[in-house]
Design a binder for this molecule. Structure first.
Ligand code: PRX
Length: 678
């Protein structure tokens, strides 16, 4: 494996021959142009989209340096457009209305449907009219808490059509997380579903939403409407779209129903016109917000804007996956995360693509499901996360080999560094050594890929995110802010804006400036560490702040700590990441208890449950360890490096403890380690 991991893999000829960018010279030229003349580069791309009126001010204007005044970024000032129009109406107007936008594949393999661009446009116009009739208008916020159903895409596009800011909350989040996001955004409407199945497990979304609504009203925030999609209790998406078979009967389905607020989606959509003029928006109007964990513990609402995000989502989708019309593209992410926003909804639709939208999990009904879907729809571009690849690797090659997968050409990964072993398995077993792998590095904040190979040209190294995308100028900085030249490692930063970069944190511009621009004035700071090798390849080494990447999802240690502290027995808590074979990292919690409280298995279970309730199932800690005392410096700062060493059971990772207030704590912590799962 070691030898193979150190090799460089050239793109396959069959991918290269048809690629938009066929060799590294062509890539370098395009990249150079994107830096030398961003206006020329991006305005040429903008020509494929519909702008009601062109840029009237500067094409790009920004300040990245906090010492020179407020941070701001503006692309295509004064241009007028609409995202939804470009995703749907434009294709219909140009004769592509019958192209399939989505093959929808339910949790149950018998449960599937499809929708064309024209049908999707009709549904979106109808739902836009519904939102209008509820009095929701440009600038208002709508929270969406839906499983992976087509109504999710319809809802987000209807918002985009009217200039309403959608805030999608991943349907695996708890009522607490949902409530805090509704409150922060002051959302007027919540869109949810009765429930959904994940594998065999029924998730009663409406009752979780009810809990969240109660929590909001305790804080004096009342919704204008809660719209519920009948998903598991009813058949069919809409009268004129193929009805889905095989819906399971649902018993004991309990939810609140307040007729003043609660409405059934399906009823609201009856007898509504399929005509709805888009609201024409300024290039820098808000498009959507999406909450991401922040190192202070409170999630931040990352805001993306209309025109820049549109150009970037479309361009990255086209080049990174080397997408060509007619191909079937499949991204396994959930739309609740940024990957789903950019690479299930907006990027593919802007490019007129045909995608698979998948409600289920890779393990249901068995661990060959993804490959069954690939063969069923003849998927050629496939995008998933390292954690899924590692989970599937455990079952060996047989479940994969049951299916041919010969349609595959490009395999993408995202969310966390991919270990070379998983990369090689992806390449050799899933891709039959016939596909290009694109290890795409990006963030909720970047809107789209910022470091990535291009499938037809970049020689691949297992585990490297390789080179910058068009418009991206990366640098590595030392702790004192000096740029590293040539090979070396440091903080990964970007020196200038690209169209898809976030513009602010919702309601808190100061937090935006502090989080991303204050450590190194003049640069956008990703929070990731990175190495550049002798060939100029970028290798992400992971977070260097207090964030933990669990299965590709960022959680802040502060957020988990504050959940633990809420338990009446806990006086202090500290949380670190521990490497995990499948999840990449898992949460390892240390808790100090109040006087006279005993640490028992029951307390540990309650604490795990507490975090799960506050954050949702992805936040469930793997370990809770009793810590009579925490390792602290004399000034009282927790020494997380020491806790990481304890979590991993490796004394050699402790490092220098000369500044520690009480060194005896370390021995006790090593003694108290709970049974480890590895
Ligand atoms: O730490 C990096 C990691 O995921 C973080 C961004 O998380 P989020 O905003 O939730 O978006 C995830 C999907 C874009 C990054 O700061 N990350 C993402 N992609 C990679 C990665 N780490 C290494 N390699 C990647 N390809």
């Amino acid at each position: 494996m070691d030898d193979e991991a150190n090799l460089t893999y050239d793109p396959c000829k069959r991918v290269q021959d048809e690629a938009h960018v066929k060799n590294m010279d062509a890539y370098r030229k395009m990249h150079q142009l994107s830096l030398d003349d961003p206006e020329k580069f991006w305005s040429d791309i903008a020509k494929q989209f519909y702008f009601k009126s062109p840029t009237t001010g500067k094409f790009l204007e920004y300040n990245f340096n906090v010492n020179n005044g407020p941070i701001f970024i503006k692309w295509m000032e004064g241009a007028i457009t609409n995202m939804c129009y470009n995703c749907l109406d434009r294709h219909v107007a140009e004769g592509r209305g019958d192209v399939i936008a989505f093959h929808w594949e339910g949790n149950d393999p018998l449960d599937c449907t499809k929708i064309s661009y024209k049908q999707l446009l009709d549904e979106v116009c109808k739902f836009s009219n519904v939102l209008k009739s509820l009095g929701i208008q440009k600038g208002d916020r709508v929270a969406i808490y839906l499983p992976m159903v087509l109504e999710l895409v319809v809802s987000m596009l209807a918002c985009a059509r009217l200039g309403i800011v959608h805030s999608i909350v991943f349907a695996g989040f708890s009522s607490e997380s949902l409530a805090s996001r509704i409150l922060d955004a002051k959302a007027e409407v919540l869109i949810t579903a009765d429930g959904c199945y994940r594998g065999n497990k029924l998730v009663t979304l409406k009752s979780i939403a009810d809990d969240a609504i109660r929590k909001c009203s305790q804080k004096e925030h009342r919704l204008k409407a809660c719209i519920t999609v009948k998903h598991v209790t009813a058949k069919g998406f809409s009268d004129d779209v193929t009805a889905r078979p095989a819906i399971r009967p649902v018993e004991d389905f309990k939810y609140d129903w307040n007729p003043e607020v609660d409405k059934w989606y399906n009823e609201l959509m009856n007898d509504v016109s399929t005509v709805c003029e888009p609201v024409w928006l300024d290039s820098e109007d808000n498009l959507f917000m999406l909450y991401t964990s922040g190192s202070t513990g409170t999630p931040k609402g990352v805001l993306h804007h209309v025109a820049g995000y549109m150009l970037y989502a479309a361009t990255t989708h086209k080049y990174t996956f080397d997408y060509h019309p007619g191909e079937v593209y499949f991204c396994t992410a959930d739309i609740g995360w940024i990957t789903g926003h950019t690479y299930i909804t907006y990027g593919p639709l802007l490019n007129g693509a045909t995608s698979v939208m998948f409600e289920g999990t890779p393990m249901f009904p068995d661990c060959s499901r993804l490959w069954a879907i690939v063969d069923k729809y003849q998927v050629s571009k496939f995008y998933t996360a390292p954690t899924a690849i590692r989970a599937l690797m455990k079952y060996g090659e047989e479940p994969v080999k049951r299916f041919k997968r010969t349609s595959l050409k490009v395999l993408g990964t995202v969310g966390e560094p991919i270990n070379p072993e998983a990369w090689l398995w992806y390449h050799k077993v899933i891709g039959n050594s016939q596909c290009s792998i694109v290890d795409t590095f990006w963030q909720t904040e970047t809107g789209g890929h910022v470091l990535t190979p291009l499938p037809g040209c970049t020689p691949m190294k297992p585990g490297a995110a390789t080179f910058p995308f068009f418009g991206i100028e990366p640098a590595l900085l030392t702790e004192d802010g000096k740029e590293v030249e040539g090979p070396g490692k440091g903080y990964l930063v970007f020196k200038r804006p690209w169209p898809g970069i976030m513009r602010t944190v919702y309601g808190d511009h100061a937090r935006f400036e502090k989080t991303y621009f204050s450590k190194f004035p003049g640069y956008y700071v990703t929070g990731d560490g990175c190495t550049r090798d002798k060939d100029g390849y970028y290798w992400i080494t992971g977070r260097i702040d207090d964030m933990v990447n669990v299965s590709g999802h960022l959680l802040s240690t502060a957020e988990v700590e504050s959940a633990l502290i809420k338990h009446p027995s806990v006086s202090e808590a500290a949380v670190v990441a521990k490497p995990h074979e499948v999840k990449g990292s898992c949460l390892y919690c240390f808790v100090t208890l109040k006087e006279k409280v005993e640490f028992t298995d029951e307390v540990a279970t309650q604490l795990k449950q507490r975090v799960r309730e506050d954050i949702g199932p992805i936040g469930t800690p793997d370990y809770v360890q009793y810590a009579p005392g925490l390792p602290k410096t004399r000034s009282g700062k927790i020494m997380r490096r020491v806790l990481r060493a304890v979590a991993q059971g490796q004394r050699d990772l402790i490092g220098d403890i000369s500044t520690m207030a009480d060194e005896s704590v370390v021995g006790v912590l090593f003694q108290n380690r709970p049974a480890q799962k590895e």
